[in-house]
Design a protein around this ligand. Structure first.
Ligand code: SF4
Length: 307
């Protein structure tokens, strides 16, 4: 994979370029790209004070390219530091899709010598995702998102992790902001901000949030860790698929659209800080997980399933 045209040269050393970063007005060769990628991730970590010395970090690793690249880049960035990484893989129970990615997640954790734990919806909640969605009026991704978040939080707590790192990239983040604008869901948009610490909730960090998906794929390929996974069979049913197509088109016509969408949201968020305080979370009366109100979303969905 090369994201630069034939004949393009690195803006820094004049070697053959592997990528043209139109939104930054430059091209980079393989060495400069890999160094720049890891540097930008570390910058995001430092700017957001995401990781402190001595912490144990749970890293959500699905086996897809983003989370694989995240684990790889973190293990390099913190190789000389007192930071312990543990990979957490969630098996949602999606037939014909998850098995391959779980194997890929096991492979990368083994290659890097990082402990891995696998948690499944079936063990945690008694159902596979495929069973949960039969006859449900809710989109599969709604179930998946709720139970995945909850599974990861529970696993990170059991592991005594200080933070939970996820492989969300710039594309995911810009899509989420845009989806909330399109739905007019300002509550959810404001909940998208990094949360301050709340009891029972392991703080989430997104070290790749400033890096475009294509660059993450290129980083994974250049480091020999890329795994081409099939698309989830439920993906096309989600609004996100349409928003992703629209944002990709906008980015190609107007380079930097995603970055500006995120920067714009950060400005709105700063302006709203005063009037839009963070909600206090309570303990779910059924499972004890943190939630807004009396019952968490996972217990609410489980209640519907058992009816
Ligand atoms: Fe889950 Fe939806 Fe992603 Fe499939 S596309 S893994 S159902 S969130």
């Amino acid at each position: 994979m090369r994201l630069a045209e034939e004949g393009m040269l690195c803006s820094l050393c004049r070697k053959r370029a592997v990528i043209s970063q139109r939104y930054l007005g430059r091209q980079l060769c393989q060495d400069h790209f890999v160094r720049d990628f890891e540097g930008r991730m570390v910058q995001s970590i430092e700017r957001g004070r995401m990781i402190e010395e001595g912490e144990r970090i749970a890293v959500a690793v699905s086996g897809g390219k983003d989370s694989t690249a995240l684990l790889f880049a973190l293990s390099r960035a913190f190789a000389e530091r007192e930071v312990e990484l543990v990979a957490v893989t969630v098996d949602e129970g999606i037939a014909g899709y998850r098995d391959d990615t779980i194997l890929a997640a096991e492979r990368i954790a083994r290659q890097l010598g990082i402990e891995q734990v696998i948690v499944s919806f079936r063990e945690e909640y008694g159902y596979d995702l495929d069973e949960m969605v039969v006859g449900s009026e809710l989109a599969p991704c709604t179930h998946c998102g709720v139970f995945r978040k909850s599974s990861l939080n529970r696993a990170a707590k059991r592991l005594g992790a200080a933070k939970l790192a996820t492989g969300h990239n710039q594309d995911d983040e810009a899509q989420s902001v845009m989806m909330n604008y399109l739905k007019g869901d300002i509550e959810r948009l404001m909940r998208f901000r990094p949360r301050r610490e709340q009891p029972g909730l392991v703080p989430r960090i997104k070290p790749l949030r400033d890096l475009p998906e294509k660059e993450i794929a290129l980083y994974a390929i250049l480091n020999g860790i890329y795994f081409e996974s099939r698309e989830c069979p439920y993906a096309q049913l989600a609004l996100r698929a349409d928003v992703r197509d629209m944002m990709n088109r906008m980015e190609s016509l107007f380079p930097g659209t995603r970055q500006r969408t995120l920067r714009g949201f950060e400005r709105i968020e700063a302006l709203c800080k005063e009037g839009w305080g963070q909600m206090e979370l309570a303990e779910c009366r059924e499972c004890g997980e943190p939630c807004v109100g009396e019952r968490c979303k996972a217990c609410e969905l489980l209640g519907r399933l058992r009816r």
